[in-house]
Structure formats: C-alpha cells, structure tokens
Ligand binder design. Structure first.
Ligand code: NAP
Length: 319
C-alpha cells in the first residue's frame, strides 16, 4: 500500500506510521516542518493551506488519511479557537483540491473528524440519528464553537469534488495510547495523584477508543469499499466519567479519587492549560456502522483496555 498521512507527525500519526512501516507499506507524511521519522517513512513539506509540490505524493496512492489540525488540548481562547477551525478546514479543503486535480487519485480518503460533533447527551449517538450538537440550551455557549468546527471540517470533506475517491469522516472519540502527553497520560496522572474522582457529578459519558483499535479500524475501512460518509470511531461500551475513572484508578492500584465540582474542573483544566469541555461534555458514541459491517474490537471494554494501557505505560522506559 502507498499511504499519505497529512498531519502524520502527531499522536494518531505515530500509531499509523508504526503500523504501516512494520508491514512494509510506503508511507509519506505531510508536515509543516521537515522532521526525521521512522526508517522507511518518507516526509514531504506542506503548509496545510496551499497547493504545492506535495500534491504529487497523492498520484497513485492507495489512501490518504488526513490527521492535520491544531491540537484541541489547549485553552479555548479566541486565537486558539480560530486556529483550531482554520487548520482543519483549510487543510481539508486544499487536500480536496489536490485529490481533485490528481490524474490517478487515491482510492480512499479517510478524514479525521471528531465525536465532539454530537450533542452533549447521555443517550447513545449513532451515525444515522445521533443528535448533532450546537443547539443544547444547557451547555456553555462556547461549546457550540467546537461543534461548529467539527461541522465545517466535515463540510469541507463533503464539498470536495472527488468522484473517483471514496470519502469517510472519522468521528473519533478520545484515542487512548500509553504514550507520554496523550489523554490517557493526563487521566492517569490524575488517577495516580488521587484526583481522579467524579467530576461535576460524574454522570457524563466518556467515549474512548484504544489506539490498537484505531489502527485496526482504519485497516478495516480501507478493506471495505462499501463504507463511506460518517463512521464513529469509538469503543462500543463507554462508561460514565465516574466509572471510567474508578476503573482507571483500580488499574493503577489507587482506590481513592477525590470528587471535583464543575468549578474545580475548570480550575484544574486551567492549570493543565487545557479546557474543561474535554472533561465535562457527555459523549456516548456508538460505533454502529463498524459493528454492523462486522468489525471486531480488540479492546471493546474499558476495564480490559485500561489494564492493557497501564501495563504498557509501566513498561515504557523512563524519559
Ligand atoms: N487524539 C485524539 O484523541 C483525537 C480524538 C478525536 C479526534 N482527533 C483528531 O485527529 C487528528 C489527529 O490527532 P492527533 O492526536 O494525532 O493530533 P496531534 O498530535 O495534535 O497532531 C496533529 C498534527 O496536525 C498538524 N498541525 C497542527 N497545526 C496545524 C496547522 N495549523 N496546519 C496544518 N497542520 C497542522 C501537526 O503536524 P506538523 O506540525 O508536523 O505540521 C500535528 O502533528 C486531529 O485533527 C485531532 O483533532 C484526535
């Protein structure tokens, strides 16, 4: 396979690069700065906004998996929100132009989107009828902007005129990997410090997916040409925030977790230079299309996934 990974230098990119390189795929990463990646992974520079020589990398590729976008793990200031929007919409739009102009375009375009597109709800969100967010009266106004980013991101994909290329929007939940700096690392730090108790009552759902299942699901999507449009990328059995953290604390051998109120969560998020929406918004995403097509999750339940991730985290060499 020849695979192009725009934005493939980040957390999800690392997962895919390792998997592709291990089985001998030809992998090209598009990044804004030249970097040395794993042996066998090529690198091309783009700016994520304008067409350039990088577009030639798409010729004859089997797939493009677009991961580009400013991290959402930051304070939601006006500047950061604008960058979160522009980096996603612009990169998707210019990729669409490059695919449209290719003489031999990739057969498949897997485009990152996010489970944040769904409304804050404790009921299950399927692809066909899950309530899209932005109209909930009970949530802070600025949460609407995260949903708007997700909608415009998917709109840029829809608007790309690429009749020879199948397009899939990956509505991804939090990707759990043992690596340092990822969301599992942050939640684990809280659990190990005894801070990982219920937040704001803890009844909100936490959707997640194990990194191994991200790689396996993307392979599955490449092998199933009948699947296009939105696909939820989330483990099938999400738990409430209180349960999610209780299980994680147990996996780390820390039975006690202090509860936190909504304002404490906001203050904690401020200290971690991130935003409380990531802790407070309820996401109960159901991977209906993947399950319906016969995909089997390697880590469908959180107790199993958490135990696996803790064991792998413990095995990492000290920095
Ligand atoms: N990780 C998760 O839990 C999760 C869950 C749901 C959705 N997602 C989405 O999946 C995608 C990949 O996630 P990730 O965790 O791998 O993200 P990440 O670690 O932040 O990496 C994303 C990459 O995007 C590139 N980028 C950043 N700002 C950009 C800009 N202004 N223009 C163009 N490219 C830019 C960067 O590459 P260079 O600096 O090399 O150019 C960066 O390595 C993101 O869009 C994210 O929102 C992630």
């Amino acid at each position: 396979m020849r695979i192009v990974l725009p934005g493939g230098t980040g957390q999800v990119g690392a997962l895919l690069r390792r998997a592709c390189a291990a089985r001998g795929d030809d992998v090209v990463v598009l990044s804004r700065r030249p970097e040395r990646l794993e042996p066998g992974v090529r690198h091309a520079v783009w700016d994520g906004r304008t067409l350039g020589p990088w577009a030639a990398e798409l010729e004859g590729a089997d797939a493009v998996v677009n991961l580009a976008g400013r991290t959402v793990n930051c304070r939601y200031t006006d500047t950061n929100l604008r960058q979160m929007m522009d980096s996603r919409v612009d990169s998707t739009r210019v990729l669409g132009q490059a695919v449209a102009a290719a003489a031999r375009p990739p057969a498949t375009w897997l485009q990152m989107s996010t489970a944040t597109i769904y409304a804050d709800t404790r009921g299950p969100a399927h692809e066909e009828d899950g309530e899209i967010g932005g109209e909930e009266p009970h949530v802070p106004l600025y949460w609407e902007y995260s949903v708007r980013i997700a909608r415009r991101w998917e709109q840029a994909l829809e608007e790309a005129d690429t009749p020879a290329t199948r397009k899939v929007a990956l509505r991804a939940a939090m990707v759990m990997t043992p690596d340092r700096g990822g969301v599992f690392d942050v939640l684990s730090t809280m659990a190990r410090l005894g801070l990982g108790g219920p937040v704001a009552g803890g009844g909100q759902y936490v959707s997640w997916i194990h990194g191994d299942d991200v790689v396996r699901a993307l392979d599955f999507l490449l092998e199933h040409p009948e699947l296009s449009g939105p696909v939820n990328l989330a483990a099938p059995h999400p738990l409430t925030q209180a349960e999610t953290m209780r299980v994680l604390r147990r996996a780390w051998g820390r039975p006690v977790g202090l509860p936190a109120s909504r304002w404490m969560a906001r203050a904690g998020a401020l200290a971690l230079r991130t935003d409380a929406e990531l802790l407070l918004k309820s996401r109960r995403v159901v991977p209906g299309r993947l399950l319906g097509a016969g995909f089997a999750f390697a880590h469908p339940t959180w107790p199993d996934a958490a135990a696996d991730l803790v064991a792998r985290r413990r095995a990492l060499p000290r920095p």
